[in-house]
Design a protein around this ligand. Structure first.
Ligand code: FE2
Length: 310
């Protein structure tokens, strides 16, 4: 079994690359490159791209992860149904293996992609608290701007069988369970499981993948991107609103993972999340088990919208 070390990109297909570029730019990404009928967008972090759009009928294309060595890539290329080792035709180059993930979703495992110099990110705000004053004399004036995405954080999948999908990610990518949600009147029935990267003693985001049990509708639910802080979520959200994009749900703070969140729809209905201030765990953190109740969705924020789970 290999242990992937990071999530590095997600890819969608849409019919209008110009419109997607406008959406993702207001969302806070920066164009890396247009290559033929594909659009590559980056964040402020060192990955050459974190989102790729192909031209075509709207839909999900793939989710990409970083392997920790070429030996791991070779190992996974030997799996049933895996592609051979291919060149990545995108900024940063590198090699990849395509896997058929749960319900046929494409999962790419990559190695050797280059890095690019980081882009500036607004400094974290110095905050004054009731009994701790971190800012004396200076005024608080964060710029009005898009949220400036740092990196891709996670991807959420609605799958036909959550337990089977979770087993797939554990067995193929070496991921670990952070928290499990179950049907409130039947603890045996998994409704969702949050999985994180196994980085040993190093810190990893609370979740990189969430699989939701959804036999009636199989799709990618949303992908999520990290921004600097709480104010960036709000200012970025206001920017999106003023540009006329559609908010799905936000702003609130999740319970599992603790992120401050704000969900947006692209023009074709794909959901993109801004998040800040998520929890970090190591490989030795113990998994949690919770009933899937509304109070376990968010600690605060507006009520979840009727269309959020569709
Ligand atoms: Fe999320």
């Amino acid at each position: 079994m290999i242990k992937v070390q990071d999530i590095i990109y997600v890819a969608h297909r849409v019919p209008d690359l110009d419109r997607m570029e406008a959406f993702l730019t207001d969302f806070g990404m920066v164009k890396a490159e247009r290559r033929g009928e594909r659009l590559f967008m980056r964040g402020a972090g060192p990955r050459p791209f974190i989102h790729m759009t192909e031209k075509g009928e709207p839909g999900f294309v793939a989710c990409g992860f970083a392997a920790s060595s070429m030996a791991d890539l070779e190992k996974i290329a030997g799996k049933n149904g895996a592609s051979g080792i291919e060149d990545i035709d995108g900024p940063g180059g590198g090699k990849r293996v395509r896997l058929e993930g749960p319900d046929g979703f494409r999962v790419d495992v990559c190695y050797g992609m280059g890095t690019v110099p980081e882009l500036p990110l607004r400094e974290p705000l110095r905050l004054n608290y009731a009994r701790t004053k971190n800012r004396q004399g200076d005024l608080q004036r964060p710029a009005k701007e898009p949220a400036r995405i740092n990196k891709i954080g996670h991807c959420v999948w609605k799958v036909s069988d959550a337990d089977k999908a979770i087993a797939w990610f554990r067995e193929n990518l070496g991921m670990l369970v952070s928290d499990r949600l179950y049907l409130p009147d039947n603890e045996k029935q998994t409704l969702g499981t949050f999985l994180r990267l196994d980085r040993g003693a190093a810190w990893a985001d609370h979740h990189t993948i969430l699989c939701l049990h959804s036999p009636d509708e199989i799709k990618v639910h949303h992908c999520s991107f990290e921004v600097q802080d709480y104010d960036a979520v709000h200012i970025g959200g206001q920017w999106m609103q003023e540009k006329g994009w559609n908010r799905e749900w936000g702003i609130g703070r999740h319970l599992l993972g603790s992120q401050v969140f704000d969900y947006w729809r692209d023009p074709w209905g794909h959901m993109f999340e801004h998040y800040a201030d998520g929890d970090l765990l190591t490989a030795s953190s113990k998994p949690g088990n919770y009933p899937a109740l509304p109070e376990n969705l968010a600690q605060w924020g507006p009520p979840v919208t009727p269309t959020f789970f569709s």
